[in-house]
Design a protein around this ligand. Structure first.
Ligand code: MN
Length: 326
């Protein structure tokens, strides 16, 4: 039963009711959540520029479970963040106009949702947000969700884009445990869409994936290489073939010392400032069209993972908000 998360965690000392605030505009199938940074910061949907989209979906995780509890844990932890960003030298949330959408594709409480339904809900919801001009940061939930997100951008985008994947794993299997929508196959689905990818911090894969990387000449930035080469960030940026990028972050790309709350932790991952430097360079050099932060599976009696994930989302908001001025 390792990894099951409860709202009764001794570390969460907030009155949850207080943070639901005024009823946000929700689509019919979505469930109310705590707004990112709390209801005082929540913009109206109409006025918002950044939309946080919680997707508490879990069906195929194989080792530790609990990713369906990731979005709530991240949003609860976000209440504890300082508004001021010392790197960006401002209270980013005052400029960013953040709205937190209701949860979609919610499998909590034993709700069965097929992969196809989850992907369709995700694609349709994100398509609507793109139409409304919102910058979307989806929070999961298992990594298979990313296929639905990328599909929405693919349908809406008139220009090509690269999917930058931060992850410990290749996620390039054709199928796993009988499903092509398993979280271990998400990047294969994206490669099959014909989109260029840049996998970063990879350190765990099978022979089939290693063969595919060679066959398709996928420009993997191995975690091993990152540890040994101080110039890896510029090398990685230089391999991106398009002006536009979508960033998918599987939190297990981060070193498990600072991110233990993932389904499949792997040693040797990215360190916090290396990750931030890379992300900032991406926002400086490319047009980031959307992001996701996936696979948070909170650990009992530790808030490190969800707080780090919440801070990471706030850094993404900060870099995106300032991107036009760089
Ligand atoms: Mn992974």
């Amino acid at each position: 039963m390792a990894g099951l998360y409860t709202q009764n965690s001794s570390c969460v000392k907030i009155n949850l009711k207080k943070f639901f605030g005024a009823s946000p505009m929700l689509v019919q199938t979505s469930a109310a959540v705590i707004p990112f940074l709390g209801s005082e910061i929540q913009a109206s949907y109409k006025a918002s520029r950044v939309v946080i989209l919680p997707i508490p979906y879990e069906a195929t995780t194989t080792y530790r479970k609990g990713t369906e509890n990731g979005p709530d844990a991240l949003l609860e932890a976000s209440i504890q963040l300082e508004y001021y960003d010392d790197e960006l030298e401002r209270e980013i949330c005052k400029d960013a106009r953040i709205y937190t959408h209701g949860a979609i594709a919610d499998t909590r409480g034993g709700q069965q949702i097929s992969a196809q339904t989850m992907l369709t809900d995700t694609r349709d919801t994100v398509s609507g947000l793109i139409d409304d001009g919102k910058f979307v940061i989806a929070i999961g939930g298992e990594h298979s969700i990313t296929t639905g997100l990328v599909d929405a951008y693919r349908q809406k985008s008139h220009e090509p884009f690269t999917v930058v994947q931060i992850d410990a794993h290749g996620d390039l299997r054709h199928e796993y445990e009988g499903s092509i929508y398993n979280h271990a196959c998400v990047m294969r689905r994206i490669v099959d869409m014909g989109l260029p990818t840049l996998p970063v911090a990879i350190r765990s894969l099978c022979q089939e994936e290693a063969d595919l990387i060679k066959q398709k000449s996928i420009p993997v930035i191995w975690a091993r290489h990152i540890a040994q080469n101080p110039h890896w960030i510029e090398e990685a940026i230089a391999t991106i073939p398009t002006e536009r990028v979508f960033i998918t972050i599987d939190l297990d790309g981060i070193d498990p010392a600072s991110m233990p709350g993932v389904g499949t932790p792997e040693p040797g991952g990215l360190h916090w400032y290396a990750l931030l430097t890379f992300l900032r360079r991406l926002f400086e050099t490319h047009q980031v069209i959307g992001c996701d932060v996936m696979e948070l599976a909170p650990v009992v009696d530790s808030v490190v993972s969800q707080f780090t994930a919440a801070k990471l989302v706030y850094k993404l908001i900060g870099y995106q908000t300032l991107a036009q001025r760089w």
